[in-house]
Design a protein around this ligand. Sequence first.
Ligand SMILES: *[C@@H]1O[C@H](CO)[C@@H](O)[C@H](O)[C@H]1NC(C)=O
Ligand SMILES: *[C@@H]1O[C@H](CO)[C@@H](O)[C@H](O)[C@H]1NC(C)=O
Length: 369
Amino acid sequence: MASNIVVFVSLLWVLAAIGCAARSSCSSRKVDSVHDKKDLSSNGKVQIQHQPAKFGFRPWPKISDEAPSVDAFTESKAFEGSSPFVNMQYHMGPVLSPTIQVYITWYGNWKSEDKAIIKDFLLSISSPTELPSVQKWWSTITLYTDQTGRNITGSVNIAGEHLDQYSHGHSLTRLSVQKVLKAALKENNGTLSVNSHGGLYLILTAGDVIMQDFCRAVCGFHYFTFPSIVGYTLPYAWIGNSVKQCPEVCAYPFAIPDYMGATKPMKAPNGRIGVDGMISVIGHELSEISSNPLINAWYAGQDPTAPTEIADLCEGMYGSGAGGSYPGEVQTDGSGSSFNVRGINNRKFLVQWVWNPYLNACSGPNAIN
Ligand SMILES: *[C@@H]1O[C@H](CO)[C@@H](O)[C@H](O)[C@H]1NC(C)=O
Ligand SMILES: *[C@@H]1O[C@H](CO)[C@@H](O)[C@H](O)[C@H]1NC(C)=O
């Protein structure tokens, strides 16, 4: 059954990718804050879908004459708390229970100091550090299990890195990013191993790389590769550095859109707005890949082609009291930078909360009880 769903979803996804994959980029007038939009009707056509409730927050740009719906978001102010409307369900597919081996493709020109921030974040997941820690943040994700009772792993390594100097140009699509990953594999003269037992492939694009739907509908997305393109079914995620393209969307709250008026941006904890903003998106995608790597494990909603996953529900929530455009209570350090978790090498990060299946609410290690 699970594999049928995968085949079904893949087919729809191919159809969608050929046409236009995301609802917001194509026709939607109502911008939704869910990260990766995969709602396709059964005939493969994209349709506008209005979710019954708004979850999370990201200041997507105005794409119609309607005013940005900041007010609509602020209505959900109390949502940090539990919700009887969310029915996070397990759909019998695998989760990432073996040690996660992260394979990174750095696409485009990346500065080593920026790479170091991202690698420190990834390596902080399984390293005990001062609280509230990245490791503690991940402990909500390890609460999810598969049908054999195995938890998502708490152990995350970086298993390989590949440098790609624009092999597929400065503008990528949801399909061409799979070709980038294919070229990164050893068997295609790249440097990364094929690992379908805990392998998780990240394609991280530099600030000058354009991606289909970036800034308009997505800041990152995850899916699995098609054997017809890559040769294997591998869970992967793309996340872009938004520093030049839309920091006020994808690096919010380190940059603020004009329409939000007097709201002041937060100071980025590593002094790099684009990369500090990426950290939360990377956290979002990692937690969703781990709990739903083949889009048949943990998600809410009836429609496997438009799953609401464990991080979608909590986007934009970084601390207690979060709701609407308010990120919640977070700490500031001596220099005035905002953060909610600590990691290795004395790093600080701001990473969104994730859905806790026991609390039936978003939770994070910096919650004030
Ligand atoms: C594994 O999952 C079970 C069920 O959710 C949970 O009770 C347990 O605490 C989890 N273990 C870890 C290490 O997260
Ligand atoms: C890898 O490199 C070898 C030697 O240059 C070449 O013959 C082969 O076609 C390349 N393979 C791919 C998949 O690019």
